[in-house]
Structure formats: structure tokens, C-alpha cells
Design a protein around this ligand. Structure first.
Ligand SMILES: Nc1ncnc2c1ncn2[C@@H]1O[C@H](COP(=O)(O)OP(=O)(O)OP(=O)(O)O)[C@@H](O)[C@H]1O
Ligand SMILES: [Mg+2]
Length: 308
């Protein structure tokens, strides 16, 4: 349920924004000073991702301000907040997808299992293999269902098939077959497509295409899966399937998911981070706490639908 109005497209005066981030507000949002302890979330173990003092600019416009946040492994972290508050920008920082945006500048630190990802010698192909991404609109390749899954592993040289591979004796057709089956099963799609693996993926329904994109992401064996409103283009039944799947994936993977749907965040996530206008992380805590008893008045107003 994406808001169609983008914060940045509204005139500044109607948005009642000021230049002071502490008092920046969107329509209907009261002003309040954010406290550091509201985002100070205690983890049991080591964080999977550790973000410190992250600022992002597009040209002269600042989209994220001083975000500090530790994301625990094998759990679902939901990112919520009004349109334009920087959720997608934040998500893209976690696998350096913002590097592809010319005007974007990122300051600060993001560590994946204690290793800084913003270093010159980081291999971006390897990073994006470990930190995969699923987008709002399903975007399968115009290839067969099977080829969508094996595309990544082939690119990384993990699967070789065809005449040359057969002649060299390292044909991995069997490995490919197993991989395709495993990933489609993990993405709860196997039952629906196992009799048509060579059909074009574009012939699948939207919900099936999105599960295929999740399966494709799993095929390269990631640690973290980033999802940007993965169910917002889907009907309620397809959405329920994606929600169930996200909860299951969290047993093995670290999932970070952006959603505009409060009930969805409450249903599927373990922790919730609330971003508000001006690109500030206002509160980060257990999902129950955020929805039942948040510290911030603005967060309470937001989750109860008073603005946004
Ligand atoms: N490629 C870009 N170039 C310039 N500005 C951008 C770009 N992407 C995002 N922005 C700006 O950065 C701010 C945060 O955008 P972002 O897309 O991260 O917000 P969001 O919280 O994901 O919003 P939505 O809920 O609408 O998806 C907005 O002001 C937006 O206009
Ligand atoms: Mg977004």
C-alpha cells in the first residue's frame, strides 16, 4: 500500500518543514526531539548488520540523517515510515545499491558481520550475492523459470552445463536440477510450477513472479535478504503467501523488509524501525513495543494512523 505522494514532490511550505531536523515535520506530524535511547536496541548476540552514523545525500538534499542501528541475524526487521522518509534509501545502503545512483553520497559505516562494506576493496558482486534484494514489482528475467533460478549460480561459475561442460566432464545438470527444486521449494512455489520449469517466467501470476524473484535471490545463497515493499503490488492471497514465506525465511536468513502496511509489519516482523520525515530514525525496538507502547509520540501517532 504505497503512498503515491512523495514528500519531496510537495512544496516545502505545505509540508511545514524546517531546516532543523529535530523539529522537521510532515503534515499532521507534531514536533518532538528524538532521544538517542529510542533507537538504542539491545541485541542478545552480535549484530548481522551494524549501521553507524549513516548520512545519505542526493546532490544537496539530505535523505538520511545520522542513522545508527544494529540489525540482528535470523529475524525479520521491518522498516516503516511515511513516503519519502528514506526507507528505500536505507535499504539500498545495506548492499551499496546507492553506488549506482550518480547523485547519491553515503557517509558513515555499515558493517556486515563486523566487516566494513564501505571500503574501496569490497567486491560489490560478492557483497550483493551475500546481501540480496527483492523489489516492489516482481522483475523476473524474460527467461524460463529454471533459467531465472540458475542465472546467478551460472554467472558465478557454480553451475556449468552444455556441450563443452559435458566434454570436460563437469556438467552440472544434476546440481542445477537440485538447486532449482530446493529454491522453488524454499520460496513455496515448487508445487505450482514443477511441471512447467521450461515455461517463460513472464507467464506466471504477479504473486508467483514475486516468489520466483525470492527463489532467484536464494539461489546464490545469501545471508541477508532485503525486500522493498515486496507485497504491495499483490492481492491479499498472494500477499499472505509472501508474508508466510518471509517468516519462514527468517529461520535461516536475516530479512529486512520495507512495508507501508502496519498490520503486515506487526504480523511478520520481530523488530521495527520507524523512520520519519527528514530521514531520521526515530525509534527502533521489538515490534510489539513499537505498536503497543512506543516511546515517541510521533511514532504512536504514525502507527495509529494519525498522519502519514
Ligand atoms: N535517485 C534519487 N535521486 C534524488 N533523490 C532521491 C532519489 N531517490 C530518493 N530520493 C529522495 O530521497 C528521499 C528519500 O527517498 P526514498 O525513496 O528513500 O523514500 P521512501 O521512504 O522509500 O519513500 P516511499 O515510501 O515513497 O517509497 C526523498 O526525498 C526522495 O525524493
Ligand atoms: Mg521506498
Amino acid at each position: 500500500m504505497s503512498n503515491t505522494t512523495n514528500e519531496s514532490q510537495r512544496p516545502a511550505e505545505s509540508n511545514r518543514q524546517t531546516t532543523d531536523s529535530a523539529t522537521r515535520t510532515t503534515v499532521g506530524e507534531s514536533s518532538e526531539k528524538t532521544r538517542d535511547e529510542w533507537t538504542d536496541y539491545e541485541l542478545d548476540g552480535e549484530p548481522k548488520l551494524s549501521v553507524e552514523d549513516l548520512d545519505v545525500y542526493y546532490g544537496d538534499e539530505q535523505a538520511l540523517r545520522g542513522i545508527t542501528m544494529d540489525i540482528p541475524e535470523n529475524s525479520v526487521t521491518a522498516l516503516i515510515g511515511p513516503s519519502g522518509c528514506g526507507k528505500s534509501t536505507f535499504l539500498r545502503c545495506l548492499n551499496r545499491m546507492n553506488d549506482r545512483i550518480k547523485s547519491a553520497r553515503v557517509d558513515g559505516s555499515v558493517e556486515l558481520e563486523g566487516e566494513e562494506i564501505y571500503q574501496d576493496d569490497v567486491n560489490l558482486v560478492e557483497l550483493r550475492k551475500r546481501v540480496g534484494m527483492v523489489f516492489q514489482s516482481p522483475n523476473p528475467f524474460p527467461k524460463s523459470i529454471r533459467d531465472n533460478i540458475s542465472y546467478g549460480p551460472r554467472k558465478h561459475g557454480e553451475i556449468e552445463t552444455g556441450l563443452v561442460a559435458r566434454l570436460l566432464g563437469d556438467d552440472s545438470s544434476e546440481r542445477e536440477r537440485e538447486l532449482v527444486e530446493r529454491c522453488l521449494k524454499q520460496a513455496a512455489l515448487w508445487e505450482e510450477v514443477n511441471d512447467r520449469l521450461d515455461d517463460n517466467a513472464l507467464g506466471l501470476s504477479g504473486g508467483q513472479q514475486q516468489r520466483l524473484c525470492i527463489a532467484r535471490c536464494l539461489a546464490v545463497d545469501p545471508d541477508v535478504i532485503l525486500m522493498d515493499e515486496p507485497a504491495s503490488a499483490l492481492d491479499p492471497i498472494a500477499t499472505a503467501k509472501i508474508e508466510d514465506l518471509i517468516e519462514e525465511l527468517a529461520e535461516e536468513y536475516t530479512v529486512v523488509v520495507v512495508t507501508h502496511n502496519m498490520q503486515q509489519a506487526a504480523r511478520i516482523s520481530d523488530q521495527t524501525a520507524v523512520f520519519l520525515t527528514g530521514g531520521e530514525l526515530v525509534e527502533f525496538d521489538d515490534t510489539d513495543k513499537i505498536f503497543e507502547n512506543p516511546e515517541s509520540q510521533r511514532v504512536e501517532d504514525y502507527v495509529t494512523g494519525k498522519f502519514g
